[in-house]
Design a protein around this ligand. Structure first.
Ligand code: SAM
Length: 384
């Protein structure tokens, strides 16, 4: 747990997962945003304002502003869990003053102050900005924050579509702020425009795959997933009654599991609310009986009971927000080992260079190469 000092005080913050001690739970984009806010608004004004925070990474913004009451909206279960934990350790008396909203919910009140971290997905940024308009008024103060290296012209182009002025600040500690001025007249007319942003694509067999705006590879089949589908575990290799698709994204692997194992219980898990909803849509469109599926938003398999699954299939993430790394994959493998039954199998696809075989060998004491091409490997490990 590290001390985070900013304009609003000192807080205890921890990432999820917090295995890499070189990574902090905040960055200077958070600090710049809080510094700017502290200079622009006094405590009385902040207490009176309706505050909305979007896309807080691990709670740096939400924890700092909890005392003023705020809504904090994110697509990430992990981010929200980190924010809750960090409020509990820094200022538990304010926990009830934060209202956590997930990205598939519709806002339902007007805000005077909107603070947002620019998300990695431009489609998600566009979706959020478009759907924010009915919930702001002409005097709403809106400030975005981003590390300068991640600020591309396409971000500004999107914001230009929705606001009358988009002003990028000077850089401070390698971060930038973006000040947005709402268009006048007020935006009630846009109310009718609130709608989910759902894309879809077809597989060769005609199955339709759905993806909401923040979902991994939502417009096309991921090439890792494509390779996995070609070398998927078959009923002749494993008698799986209980299958988990860990990091389900648009539900593509769950769908394949449903086709290969027509009697199995299948659980699709993701930490992205939009991914879980997309997987549900994909399965609902392509299978007859949804009752044998469960769709769960969770951090890896943390809430799952031990020794319950015959087969876990996983195309692990290789970044968390803007940070590339294998900490989440490692956590997924550890949780899989705990949740698999004796002789249960974990099957994964990964980039060759990530050397996942070393991790599997270390955890399971075995690992088998199922298939490889010039970019990916498919590995399996058996729990015993
Ligand atoms: N299974 C899909 C596919 O093959 O196209 C998506 C794979 S994508 C590489 C990895 C997925 O893991 C993303 O949907 C991401 O949201 C999810 N994820 C990341 N961190 C997670 C966590 N801690 N717990 C559960 N899912 C997570």
């Amino acid at each position: 747990m590290a001390q985070y000092q900013n304009s609003f005080g000192q807080f205890q913050l921890k990432r999820i997962p917090d295995t890499d001690k070189n990574l902090q739970a905040w960055n200077s984009a958070d600090s710049y945003l809080l510094k700017e806010l502290f200079e622009q608004m006094d405590s009385e004004a902040l207490h009176k304002a309706g505050i909305l925070i979007l896309n807080d990474d691990f709670g740096a913004l939400t924890v700092s502003l909890a005392r003023f009451s705020c809504d904090s909206l994110s697509d990430s279960y992990v981010s929200q869990q980190a924010a809750v934990n960090n409020i509990q350790s820094s200022c538990p008396q304010f926990i009830k003053q934060v209202n956590f909203l997930n990205s598939t919910e519709t806002l339902n009140k007007s805000y005077d102050l909107v603070l947002f971290k620019i998300p990695k997905s431009l489609a998600f940024l566009q979706y959020q900005m478009r759907n924010l308009l009915p919930y702001i008024h002409e005097n709403t103060k809106i400030i975005g924050a981003i590390m300068a290296k991640n600020l591309h012209h396409s971000v500004i182009e999107i914001l230009d579509n929705y606001f009358s002025s988009v002003q990028v600040s000077l850089a401070w500690k390698k971060a930038r702020l973006i000040h947005l001025v709402p268009s006048v007249p007020a935006t009630a007319a846009i109310n009718s425009d609130i709608r989910p942003d759902i894309s879809e694509f077809l597989l060769d067999d005609g199955s339709r795959i759905f993806g909401l705006s923040n979902v991994f590879s939502r417009n096309r089949l991921d090439i890792g997933a494509r390779f996995f589908l070609q070398h998927f575990p078959e009923p002749s290799e494993i008698a799986a009654q209980s299958i988990i698709d860990l990091g389900c994204g648009n539900g593509i692997l769950s769908l394949k599991a449903a086709q290969y194992f027509p009697d199995a219980q299948i659980t699709a898990v993701d930490e992205s609310y939009m991914a879980v909803e997309s997987a549900r849509m994909t399965l609902a469109d392509n299978v007859d009986k949804l009752s044998r599926f469960e769709f769960i938003c969770a951090n890896s398999l943390q809430q799952f009971e031990s020794e319950q699954a015959d087969l876990i299939i996983c195309n692990p993430p290789f970044h968390q927000n803007h940070t590339v790394g294998d900490a989440v994959a490692w956590e997924m493998f550890k949780q899989s080992k705990r949740v698999l039954k004796d002789r249960g199998e974990l099957w994964i696809v990964g980039n060759r260079h990530l050397a996942y075989h070393l991790k599997l060998k270390k955890l399971f004491g075995n690992q088998f190469l199922v298939a490889t091409n010039n970019k990916f490997v498919i590995l399996k490990a058996i729990n015993n």
